[in-house]
Design a binder for this molecule. Sequence first.
Ligand SMILES: CC(C)(COP(=O)(O)OP(=O)(O)OC[C@H]1O[C@@H](n2cnc3c(N)ncnc32)[C@H](O)[C@@H]1OP(=O)(O)O)[C@@H](O)C(=O)NCCC(=O)NCCS
Length: 220
Amino acid sequence: MKKKVIIVGGEGNGGVIASCIEDNQKRYNDYEWEIVGFINDFEEQVCGYPVIGPLSSIKRFLDTTDYYFSWGIHLVGRNVLTEKMYREANIPKNRLATIIHKSAFVAKNAIIEPGVFIMANCYVGPQAIIGSSSLIMANSMIGHNIEMGELCHCSVGAIMTGYSKMGICSDIAVGSTILAYKKIGAFAMLGAASLATHDIPDYEIHVGSPAKFLKRIKED
Ligand SMILES: CC(C)(COP(=O)(O)OP(=O)(O)OC[C@H]1O[C@@H](n2cnc3c(N)ncnc32)[C@H](O)[C@@H]1OP(=O)(O)O)[C@@H](O)C(=O)NCCC(=O)NCCS
């Protein structure tokens, strides 16, 4: 039976989530999810789907429907604000949609918490733990025994080597790599095409190979 999902966000991450659902339907005959529309404070439609309300309307949809929600807001470099909006939305775990592209490999003993999104051609290794509402974009390699906190974002082609960690609401940008046993701190970020050879402290952005401190993230 199709479950109805509202995507929270815009055409960036939200549009990617919609395209995953569409592709699972079209090429893999997988009709687990049906898109009702988007929640967005600024637009009237996103990628051809109606915007059915602003962020403040989430509670009404929780109370009056059985719709699920896919959280697609992840503001790069403004991770504290992202987490604040997520907490305010207060979507219970049993109403979060877990959406995985059919071409992704997910080891059977990996733990995928509610609300996770995994796009095409990703690999998630054995005993990996992926926190709620984390976004794993196409071609990302998520190694064995990694620990990813809630609300993280792995951009296209990012790599977490085995036993590495990501703190809550942290980012690894396009084409970046965390070496084994290293940690990206809470609300921190590893920049595009960068290599984390050391732990990155909470709230800091590091770039380059090996990655060095660039600046702190905005804490608004
Ligand atoms: C980390 C990041 C946010 C920094 O962006 P920024 O704050 O706008 O930084 P700037 O472009 O002003 O660059 C500041 C300096 O850092 C350097 N720098 C920025 N990003 C770098 C990177 N990834 N690797 C190496 N050096 C980098 C710049 O060359 C510049 O150096 P300079 O002062 O010597 O000229 C950006 O590099 C990044 O990774 N963005 C995320 C991309 C992504 O994955 N988006 C999601 C996909 S849709």
